[in-house]
Design a binder for this molecule. Structure first.
Ligand code: SF4
Length: 381
């Protein structure tokens, strides 16, 4: 059953004008429901995804998911790519798959993060546990693919552990100092803290046992020789030391995943939104056009001169629309402007913490999803 209001709205909203929207054999109001979420004054409507193959069987329309159709419609278009941030469009995909990528990016892509902290001296006001927590959250610029996971029974080695040293002191008569992440110094040869207080024997071949068992120095490995390991950012404050206070510690980083602890998440955030569509249902001119421009906080609308001193509102930047609904509030504005979202067009944003570039993170996420699918197919066959 379609309400009179909805019929009127459907007639006016051009649902066939985007190249991304595959044409179907459904009536316009059903095609609108199938492909768009419509934002009304009260709440969004048609938010569900109609994936059921027989949803429109009574109309003779096959709504089943076809692999060939998916391959034909699916595309990824990079809009913006920086060192730490990327925005791209994923078109022709279901929300569940877009969300799978988001969740993999947040919680299943490994990184290296500080897990064990050996505190030799801490006379600062920051407790050892708090300091260790702060150290854990510092992003490290190192490719996690070069390391193995370390289980509880594994010895810390050059293949599964990165060691940093921090030694900072505020002299008695000086003013307070900030201890920054730049003071974490990489120890490519492993831990320098002796495992026991026993002195080594006179035998010149015996070495003092430390908390790690590295067989070689990490900086002799080709992957690190020209690429020393360090925190991604130098200016993260770890503690403030007053006169006479000191911190001396070793921090051991291991490989892990965000689902264990957020410190291993390689992204500051990964999120998506559906492509907004802003449609003018009637010509909006002169004072009304000026009023519309003022309503939008993100400048979606522009004004064009149509001659003889008259002006007309246009939709100039629909992608910026945040769906705040200011432009459809009050005085029948919802009869002049329609707000929609395209259900299968996602604007995806990845903000990396700096360990890996965002485009590499996404390709790694695709590989993980592929592995998962292969596992399911193997188990089912
Ligand atoms: S919903 Fe908000 S952001 Fe979008 S066009 Fe209207 S006023 Fe602008």
């Amino acid at each position: 059953m379609v309400s009179a209001n909805e019929e009127q709205r459907t007639e006016k909203i051009p649902v066939w004008d985007l190249p991304d929207v595959p044409s179907g054999n459904l009536p316009a109001h059903l095609e609108l429901q199938r492909t768009r979420t419509v934002c009304t004054n009260d709440a969004p409507i048609h938010t569900e995804n109609i994936q059921y193959s027989g949803a429109y069987a009574s109309m003779g329309v096959d709504n089943s998911m076809r692999f060939e159709k998916f391959c034909k419609n699916f595309r990824v278009e990079v809009i913006r790519l920086g060192d730490d941030e990327m925005e791209f469009d994923m078109v022709g995909i279901d929300a569940s798959l877009a969300n799978a990528f988001r969740r993999i990016l947040i919680s299943e892509l490994p990184t290296m993060a500080i897990e064990n902290v050996l505190v030799a001296n801490n006379t600062s006001v920051v407790q050892d546990e708090v300091l260790a927590h702060r150290l854990g959250l510092i992003p490290l610029k190192v490719d996690p693919r070069l390391f193995n996971y370390k289980s509880e029974n594994d010895q810390p080695s050059e293949k599964n552990t990165i060691v940093f040293k921090l030694h900072s002191r505020c002299e008695k008569k000086s003013s307070r100092i900030n201890v920054k992440s730049s003071e974490l110094k990489w120890l490519p040869g492993g831990s320098e803290f002796a495992l026991s207080t026993e002195k080594p024997t006179q035998d010149s071949t015996s070495k003092v046992k430390t908390y790690t068992s590295f067989t070689c120095s990490q900086d002799s490995l080709p992957e690190f020789s020209s690429n020393p390991i360090a925190p991604t950012h130098d200016d993260i404050t770890l503690a403030v030391l007053g006169p006479g206070q000191e911190i001396e510690l070793e921090a051991h980083a291991v490989k892990g995943m965000g689902k264990t602890h957020a410190k291993w998440s390689p992204v500051a955030t990964a999120w998506y939104r559906m492509l907004p569509e802003v449609i003018l249902l009637q010509e909006i001119e002169d004072e009304k056009a000026e009023e519309l421009i003022k309503k939008c906080p993100v400048n979606v609308f522009d004004i064009e001169d149509i001659g003889k001193g008259r002006k007309r509102a246009t939709v100039a930047r629909p992608r910026s629309c945040t769906l705040c609904r200011e432009c459809i509030r009050g005085d029948d504005w919802d009869k002049l402007v329609a707000l929609q979202r395209v259900k299968d067009h996602f604007i995806f944003t990845i903000e990396s913490t700096g360990a890996l570039p965002p485009d590499v993170l996404f390709t790694e996420a695709v590989k993980i999803l592929e592995d998962k699918c292969e596992r399911v197919i193997t188990e089912m066959s």
